[in-house]
Design a protein around this ligand. Structure first.
Ligand code: SF4
Ligand code: SF4
Length: 155
């Protein structure tokens, strides 16, 4: 089993890599107190550790959703209390232009689907494509291999 020192060192490096990935995501300045796109959020394993460290530093406890459909527990007074460490799904909303043309069997013609990830209130100039957003997700998922995750969770 890894020592706490080794785990902390490992996570330091991985959280730095995570932030490097986050920093490449286009920036969107949300409207004040808006949480329209918040919902039943999920975080990836490295994001869990990032959020936990942030909360530990503030002397706050982790919060969990009791069901898959519950609103994210980190909204307080209309604000995200973990905004600096919010997970990737929250960062992608509003900056991905999901824009595909698919054949609809029911309508028997091509139908354009657009904007499932576009913020209705704030527009940006440099939207990511769906493929780019998937690549980002993949990079974050691959940051910690499963066998190492076992070591870390045992701490
Ligand atoms: S992305 Fe848009 S909807 Fe979501 S919190 Fe920001 S301003 Fe509100
Ligand atoms: S982590 Fe923050 S931004 Fe993401 S859903 Fe929760 S409150 Fe909203």
């Amino acid at each position: 089993m890894w020592s706490k020192y080794k785990t902390d060192k490992y996570l330091d490096g991985k959280i730095k890599e995570l932030n490097d990935i986050y920093n490449k995501i286009p920036e969107l300045k949300c409207q004040e107190n808006c949480h329209e796109c918040c919902g039943a959020t999920r975080w990836l394993p490295i994001e869990y550790f990032n959020i936990k460290r942030f909360l530990d530093n503030l002397g706050l406890k982790e919060r969990n959703m009791k069901t898959m459909f519950e609103m994210c527990p980190y909204i307080e007074d209309n604000k995200c209390i973990i905004y600096p460490v919010r997970p990737i799904i929250c960062r992608l909303f509003g900056v991905v232009n999901y824009n595909k043309t698919l054949k609809s069997k029911a309508l028997g013609k091509e139908v354009r689907f657009q904007a499932s990830m576009i913020c209705p209130d704030v527009k940006i100039d440099n939207y990511l494509t769906t493929e780019e957003s998937k690549e980002i997700m993949k990079k974050i998922i691959n940051l910690i291999p499963d066998e190492i995750l076992g070591e870390i969770y045992e701490q």
